[in-house]
Design a binder for this molecule. Structure first.
Ligand SMILES: C[S@@+](CC[C@H](N)C(=O)[O-])C[C@H]1O[C@@H](n2cnc3c(N)ncnc32)[C@H](O)[C@@H]1O
Length: 278
């Protein structure tokens, strides 16, 4: 079958079956299976693709149509400026979380920073992206999931950041007795009862531990804010991602624990998505 035909068939099938980004997903499948880049996909449209590869492409299409995200099929996902190894044991890194990396990088440019702590590190995407841009600082990523820590360790080696980073299995900061200049976190923030309303490719493929924020979705902010003072330096900055409607409640939780709101940052839809505190 010609590449142009396969491309058309894939995008059409994705579109008619409700895949959110049909063209993009089709391109990702073809690039990965054929080892092509974006330019090849255009210049080699008239190539006759072997039966074996065509079969492989449509087998992947079937998995995607059953709800499996492309990133979970190929076990990797681009985030900020790197490609991260992922698995069903970690949250798929989301583009909106890149905002945390940008805020941390700006803070490091203007302040004396030695170290950074990432609470609920998952794949390690936030911590490792910051460390990659800032070679003079060290970081610790913690997660309750042993499997997530194994993936984060793999990513630190792949990105050659294993000398700058450490990873630890811990219930938030309970096993930490050290102080940090930056604390970042994208904790689970979906209310338990809302999990069933999430899209299939989220609720079935991201681990529950990475999504479930308890009855009102705010339990992790409460747990983190309560114990934070003990592990931060005097002028440390706290950078947290929040759910689209949680701004007021999360600010209240941090205020109750003596933290001052520095700034609210919007996502592309104009909703508060990241908060910083001192
Ligand atoms: C929303 S995911 C964020 C993953 C990654 N930082 C990212 O932004 O893609 C939240 C992470 O918090 C971890 N987590 C949940 N409860 C935790 C706890 N009590 N202590 C430490 N980590 C926890 C989960 O395992 C998950 O990896």
């Amino acid at each position: 079958m010609f590449l142009s035909e396969i491309k058309k068939k894939l995008s059409n099938n994705f579109l008619t079956n409700g895949v959110e980004t049909p063209e993009l997903d089709a391109r990702l499948v073809l690039k990965e299976v054929l080892s092509f880049d974006d330019k090849d996909l255009i210049l080699k449209e008239n190539h006759d693709i072997s039966e074996e590869l065509t079969k492989k492409i449509f087998a992947i299409e079937a998995r995607r149509l059953r709800g499996e995200p492309i990133s979970k099929i190929f076990k990797k996902r681009d985030f900020f400026k790197s490609t991260f190894i992922i698995s069903n044991d970690v949250l798929d890194p989301r583009p909106e979380t890149e905002l945390i990396v940008e805020i941390a990088n700006n803070f490091i440019k203007k302040n004396k920073v030695k170290n950074i702590l990432d609470l609920g590190t998952g794949s390690g995407c936030i911590l490792l992206s910051v460390l990659k841009e800032n070679k003079m600082i060290n970081g610790l990523g913690i997660d309750l999931s042993k499997e997530a820590i194994n993936i984060a360790l793999k990513n630190s080696k792949k990105l050659q950041l294993d000398k700058q980073s450490n990873f630890l299995i811990s219930n938030w900061m309970s096993s930490i007795n050290f102080r940090y200049d930056i604390v970042v976190s994208n904790p689970p923030y979906i209310a338990s009862t809302d999990i069933k309303k999430l899209a299939e490719d989220v609720k079935s493929y991201d681990p529950l531990l990475s999504l479930d924020g308890g009855d009102d979705g705010l339990n992790c902010y409460r747990a983190i804010a309560k114990d934070l003072k003990r592990i931060i330096n005097k002028n440390a900055i706290i950078i947290v991602e929040i759910g689209y409607n949680q701004s007021i409640s999360v600010i209240e939780i941090f205020k109750k624990n003596d933290f001052k709101l520095i700034k609210k940052y919007n996502d592309i839809n104009g909703l508060d998505r990241v908060l910083t505190f001192q």
